[in-house]
Design a binder for this molecule. Structure first.
Ligand SMILES: Cc1cc2nc3c(=O)[nH]c(=O)nc-3n(C[C@H](O)[C@H](O)[C@H](O)COP(=O)(O)OP(=O)(O)OC[C@H]3O[C@@H](n4cnc5c(N)ncnc54)[C@H](O)[C@@H]3O)c2cc1C
Length: 405
């Protein structure tokens, strides 16, 4: 096993060691590209998601770059002695990520990157501890870090009264408390269930009805349509997006060639709020206030008052399951002058077929690539395509440079 040795330069620096960063680093190394990877392995999954959570993605579309073979989830399940039964538990997925890291990226540098600057035809990475590393190329795989969406109504409310779901790894502290969960996506609905299980009294507050995903039997739907039947029988492997466009989502290289409005439409339709049907039986005892619009919020002593259009309600705490809005400016990695030269649309970098931004040598994978490659980039199911594509692009560019030299 290669031990970690701090280094001063490399061909490619990968920033982030979540599923996309580990997958990209693993593919680059396998392609013989000198690669250094930075960040805590699976740290977002370890530090920003609640214990007891289960993955919404189906087992057979949960990847960290490897769909089959010795580094696949199936192989790891054999090592662990667990069955491929769904839903996959958070801790098993984290362990899988750590296992991939130990095998495929053993030289991971766990330090945080504070700044990326252009330097001498490449890049200079300033690390949080004061060291610096030079790289010819950079792959940014920082995921949802710093991208939390906080509705303006909660500006200025003390942290003890309102928090984002990503700030919690457990809800034991809320036993006996009245908690309002805002949102109706997977994170909001699963947090509501876990809060209830921890002994909190939970209201789920959302704009409209919860859209239960998958498994009609669990969705509680009484009616039956040909569309329902087809959705179940012909479901796409990753189940991202509504049938039948879910099948387009599975081909990110094709989605990349769509005209921009068509890709934006695909993203809008596929990334709407929804919660997996297997959560529904656990909703007993959770008060769902669908159609409630929060007008304002006020701190009142140790409580928080929410004003709706027609009434008010008071809670001990508000948990925001309001999701994320990706904007690379919020990463804090780039100085304003460098940021200004990254072509962006709605905060997302415009990427070439090789995941390269308008700054040559600067690549983005994962959630930042949704604007160019579609909804699969928000899920681990997108890791094999992103990793393979980036590695091929960088390897062939390297070969071209050697041939030209
Ligand atoms: C509650 C919740 C549940 C989810 N469930 C699923 C699911 O079931 N299936 C699914 O496919 N997806 C799910 N997702 C989406 C999931 O976040 C992505 O699929 C996946 O994490 C993307 O991987 P990533 O590597 O891009 O990002 P992340 O997993 O967020 O990893 C980013 C990494 O970058 C590192 N990093 C960030 N900034 C720096 C820096 N400056 N320097 C060094 N390192 C840095 C972090 O430490 C982290 O390790 C869920 C998301 C949430 C919030």
């Amino acid at each position: 096993m290669t031990a970690f040795m701090p280094r001063a330069d490399c061909e490619v620096a990968v920033i982030g060691a979540g599923p996309f960063g580990l997958a990209a680093a693993s593919a680059l190394k396998a392609a013989g590209v000198d690669t250094l990877t930075f960040g805590g392995a699976m740290s977002f999954w370890r530090d920003n998601m609640p214990r007891g959570m289960r993955l919404r993605s189906p087992w057979h579309a949960t990847y960290i770059g490897h769909t089959k073979g010795p580094l696949s989830l199936d192989s790891y399940a054999k090592v662990l002695g667990i069955s491929s039964s769904e839903p996959l538990r958070l801790e098993n997925f984290v362990d899988y990520g750590l296992w991939i890291q130990a095998q495929a990226v053993p030289d991971l540098d766990k330090r945080r990157v504070g700044r990326v600057e252009k330097a001498n035809g490449g890049f200079r990475l300033a690390l949080a501890d004061g060291d610096a590393v030079k790289a010819r190329r950079v792959v940014v795989a920082t995921g949802l870090m710093n991208q939390q969406l906080i509705p303006v109504a909660f500006d200025g409310i003390p942290r003890e009264l309102v928090s984002h779901a990503s700030e919690h790894t457990g809800y034991e502290a809320f036993r006996g408390k009245r908690v309002a969960v805002i949102g109706r996506g997977q994170s909001a609905c699963e947090s509501a269930v876990l809060l209830k299980r921890s002994g909190a009294e939970v209201d789920l507050i959302c704009h409209g009805d919860i859209h239960w995903l998958g498994y009609r039997a669990l969705s509680g739907k009484q009616s039956w349509s040909l569309r329902d039947f087809l959705s179940e029988r012909l479901a796409s492997p990753s189940r991202v997006g509504p049938f039948p466009i879910s099948w387009l989502v599975e081909i990110p290289g094709f989605v990349h060639r769509f005209p921009e409005p068509a890709r934006a439409g695909l993203n809008r339709r596929s990334l709407g709020a929804g919660a997996t049907g297997w959560l529904k039986p656990d909703f007993d005892g959770i008060k769902v206030r669908a159609g409630s619009r929060i007008v304002s919020a006020f701190a009142k002593g140790n409580a928080i008052e929410l004003r709706f259009e027609k009434d008010t309600a008071t809670f001990d705490h508000v948990l925001l399951g309001t999701g994320y809005r990706i904007d690379v400016a919020k990463l804090g990695l780039f100085a304003p002058d460098m940021l200004a030269t990254i072509a962006r649309r709605d905060g997302l970098p415009v990427l070439s077929a090789g995941f390269e931004s308008s700054i040559p040598g600067l690549h983005f994978v994962g959630a930042s690539a949704v604007g160019s490659f579609g909804p699969l980039m928000r899920f681990t199911a997108g890791t094999p395509f992103a990793a393979r594509t980036v590695a091929r692009f960088i390897q062939s560019d390297k070969s071209r440079n050697y041939a030209a030299a």
